[in-house]
Design a protein around this ligand. Structure first.
Ligand SMILES: Cc1cc2nc3c(=O)[nH]c(=O)nc-3n(C[C@H](O)[C@H](O)[C@H](O)COP(=O)(O)O)c2cc1C
Length: 328
């Protein structure tokens, strides 16, 4: 079954989840190359006065990314979100995603992210304003509700569909849950029952089998994968293959993973420049190391490297040795 978002027929059912500080352009491109059907950018404030910072400028950089490019906006004022959506479409966004899922204090204090789920009338005003402002597909990302006693995701999903939203992604936790406990999928199933636009299931999906089980249980058309893609951008290849054929893809060789890690480093240095590039790379290298029990010492060396040349050299030697240890 093909997942369709508005005019776009996607090539797979596994999407990258937007993650601030993680899903920058280099990581999105990597995940897309491994088959992520969509790779939304890190959330961008709808307040255009904040766009002049280096951080926002990086977030708004989509050069060379394949269509459809997804820009996610966070805000609470319908007019401001509508204007921000219009400007981003002019700058090349093909899909606008609205963030009503973020539980972070900084965002929620300004009454946006998942705090908006408590005010369904405001949700409607926002969706109507953004949909009026742009002609590209608009999608919505929400949590299951504000807290375990107020799980209104199904109502919000139905409301979103009536406003013209092209797809709804639901993270199986409430705002109050933050990231604690396990994601639940019953609320997604309820949402599926009251809307016909695609539902994207999200939360704790970390393997191909888990993706299959969540799709079967919820009736969702797609899955969104966040933390399980950190240090494993190839997960999209594995999930898509399994969903399409019920067969596992042959595992990637360690040597191939090493080449991918090194290429990722190069793209981070190019994108951020020397200073920030090395620091952003540390985060990803930590995640790559997490997968390998023998990587403790390597991790220490990678974190100690202060410049891109020594960081790259340490990664090349460390992951290279690790690749050679693989029994053919
Ligand atoms: C570091 C980090 C940053 C995140 N930033 C965003 C964001 O910018 N926008 C958003 O909608 N969700 C954000 N999320 C939530 C994820 O998109 C996703 O809903 C959540 O991690 C659950 O999926 P997972 O279990 O596959 O990680 C973030 C999550 C993490 C871990």
């Amino acid at each position: 079954m093909t997942l369709r978002i508005g005019r776009y027929s996607l090539a797979g059912a596994a999407l990258l989840a937007p993650m601030a500080g993680v899903t920058d352009r280099p990581f999105r491109q990597l995940c897309r190359a491994f088959g992520a059907a969509l790779a939304p950018a890190e959330m961008l404030s709808a307040d255009q006065r904040l766009w002049n910072t280096g951080k926002s400028q990086h977030r708004m950089n989509h050069e060379g990314e394949p269509e459809p490019r997804v820009v996610q906006l966070a805000g609470s004022e319908p007019g401001q979100l509508a204007d921000a959506a219009r400007v981003n479409v002019d700058l090349g966004a093909h899909i606008i995603d609205i963030n009503m899922g973020c539980p972070a204090k900084k965002v929620c204090n300004r009454q946006c992210g998942s705090a908006l789920l408590a005010d369904e009338a405001l949700v409607q005003r926002i969706l109507v304003a953004v949909l009026r402002a742009v002609s590209v597909p608009v999608t919505l990302k929400i949590r299951t509700g504000t807290d375990p006693t107020h799980r209104n995701a199904a109502r919000i999903a139905a409301l979103a569909q009536s406003c013209g939203i092209a797809a709804v992604a639901i993270h199986g936790r409430t705002r109050a849950d933050f990231f604690h406990g396990s994601a639940e999928y019953d609320t997604m199933r309820q949402a599926r029952a009251v809307m016909s636009v695609p539902l994207i299931a999200n939360g704790d999906i970390d393997s191909a089998e888990r993706a299959r089980a969540v799709l079967d249980f919820t009736g969702a058309e797609g899955v969104m994968i966040g933390r399980a893609a950190q240090g494993a951008p190839w997960i999209f290849r594995d999930v898509n293959a399994y969903l399409a054929t019920n067969q596992f893809a042959a595992p990637l060789l360690r040597a191939s993973k090493t080449a991918i890690i090194l290429q990722h480093l190069v793209s981070l240095y190019q994108f951020y420049g020397e200073h920030t590039g090395v620091r952003m790379a540390r985060k990803h290298l930590g995640w790559y190391c997490r997968q390998y029990s023998e990587a403790l010492d390597l991790r220490r060396r990678l974190m100690a490297a202060e410049d891109s040349a020594s960081q790259f050299r340490a990664a090349s030697q460390g992951f290279g040795q690790w690749a050679q240890m693989q029994v053919a």
